[in-house]
Structures are given as structure tokens and as C-alpha cells.
Design a protein around this ligand. Structure first.
Ligand SMILES: [Zn+2]
Length: 266
């Protein structure tokens, strides 16, 4: 349903999106931390990293708990990293941005929100552990596949994603292979896989724009920064902007090619 037709629904959805963003940020940063530490990330209760005290509902309220407790553990007084607060506010804002850009309450909106959440998890794994965690890549792929039946013009959308994937990620693979044979450092295979999965979401033009922006930022910032957070931010911005520009994530040219092929009676 369209978001902006009824004011109170729009306001309600935006507020809800922010709250969901903050809650899921604590969940995903916690999950990423546990995965990196090799801990059980499903069954374990949340606890303070310093004193090990199990955290209650009052300690786990996004943003409010941090502000009310002054950024400290209620039990031992040790400092809670400021990153917890930043990630909560950030994902809240990103969720609102995704909802506003999409302008519809539907499966694609939910898909993009899940993508944003998983992007945060895989970004933290890269920042802290310097790894592109394949569990997250698989989850991002699963969300894309899960959303397929609900996407309007599924064939066009899939074709656009797959074309982007083959052309750009394929190109990256060849480039990486050539460098490795020349005994230079190629692009990390896990990074290529993640890029391929991101491209399924964006399609060719938005994907190419996002990767060009990633490359420029990475070069400007001195080539050493973890690249996954930069790429994730560029991808989600181009995905949302592309949807706004084209009305859906399907680029217009694929439609043209598709119709052209169809006109021959296929
Ligand atoms: Zn503590």
C-alpha cells in the first residue's frame, strides 16, 4: 500500500521503522560480535562484556538504556562502547531512509530493511575481524531469493540482477585471477561473492554506480579502510535512489531488451 496517502499511517510507519532499526541494530551488532568470538549466537543470553552479568530488559532498551545509564553497565559501572549507541541511531535512520525512499509498504520494503540490517552485521565483522563473513553473504542471498515471489515484474528484476552479477562480479573474478597468476594480490574471493549478491539487488546501473562510488571513496581514504562498510553504504543508497528514479529496481533498458526479444515470438 502507498505510504504517503494517509498522514497518520505515514507517521506511524516512519516511527515504527526507526524503532525497529534501533532494536535490530543491537541484535545484529551483538550477533556479529558473537560470531567473531566463535560463540553460540542463538541461545546465549545478552551479558555485560566486562562483568558477565546477564542483562535484563531495562538494560537492552535501544538508545534509552544507553542514555539513562550514562553509557555504563548497571552492575559493574564499566563503559559500554559508544558504538552501541551510534549503531542503534544509524540503523534507525537508515530504516527511515529506506521506507521513505521506497514509499510503499510491501515485501520489497521489508526485503530492503532486512538487507540494511544484514549489511550492518557484515560491516562490523569486517571492521572488527577483517573478514567478509560468508554466513552473512548467504543470509543476504536468502533474503533476495525469499523476496522473489513478491517482487513486481519478477522476470525483468531477476534478469537485471543476474546480468549485473555476471558482467561485474564476473569481471572482478577475471581481474582477480589475472592478478593472482601474476603473483600480485587479487581481490578477496569472499568480497567478490558479497559483491555478486549485492548486485542481484541493485541490477546493473545502480550496482555499477555504487561500486564506482565505493572505489573512489576507498582510493581517497587511503586504501586501507575495511571496504565492506563503504560498499554497503554505497549499495543501499544507490538501491534506494535507483528505485526512486526508475519506479522500481528494474532498470529501463532490461525492459527494452526483454520486449525486443519477446517481439520475435519467444
Ligand atoms: Zn558489567
Amino acid at each position: 500500500m502507498p505510504l504517503f496517502e494517509i498522514t497518520y499511517i505515514a507517521v506511524f510507519t516512519i516511527v515504527l521503522a526507526f524503532i525497529f532499526g534501533t532494536v535490530l541494530a543491537s541484535f545484529i551488532t551483538c550477533t556479529a560480535g558473537r560470531i567473531l568470538a566463535g560463540m553460540d549466537w542463538i541461545n546465549e543470553h545478552s551479558h555485560c562484556d566486562t562483568c558477565g552479568h546477564q542483562l535484563g530488559a531495562l538494560d537492552l532498551f535501544p538508545i534509552f538504556s544507553y542514555v539513562l545509564l550514562g553509557g555504563k553497565c548497571r552492575y559493574c559501572g564499566s563503559k559500554v562502547p559508544i558504538r552501541c549507541l551510534i549503531s542503534e541511531v544509524l540503523l534507525g535512520v537508515v530504516f527511515v531512509g529506506v521506507v521513505l525512499a521506497h514509499g510503499m509498504i510491501d515485501a520489497v520494503m521489508v526485503r530492503n530493511l532486512l538487507l540494511a540490517m544484514l549489511m550492518m552485521g557484515i560491516s562490523f565483522c569486517d571492521i572488527d575481524g577483517k573478514v567478509v563473513h560468508e554466513g552473512f553473504t548467504t543470509a543476504i542471498l536468502a533474503v533476495w531469493i525469499g523476496a522473489l515471489p513478491f517482487v513486481p515484474e519478477m522476470k525483468l528484476y531477476t534478469a537485471d540482477g543476474v546480468i549485473a552479477c555476471v558482467l561485474i562480479a564476473g569481471g572482478m573474478m577475471i581481474y582477480s585471477y589475472a592478478r593472482t597468476s601474476a603473483k600480485k594480490t587479487g581481490i578477496d574471493g569472499k568480497l567478490i561473492k558479497l559483491t555478486a549478491v549485492y548486485l542481484l539487488y541493485t541490477g546493473l546501473w545502480e550496482g555499477a554506480a555504487a561500486l564506482a562510488a565505493t572505489l573512489i571513496i576507498w582510493l581517497i581514504t587511503g586504501r586501507k579502510k575495511p571496504v565492506v562498510p563503504i560498499m554497503s553504504i554505497c549499495i543501499i543508497i544507490c538501491l534506494c535512489a535507483g528505485e526512486r528514479l526508475f519506479g522500481s529496481s528494474v532498470s529501463a533498458y532490461v525492459g527494452t531488451v526483454y520486449e525486443f526479444v519477446r517481439s520475435f515470438g519467444f
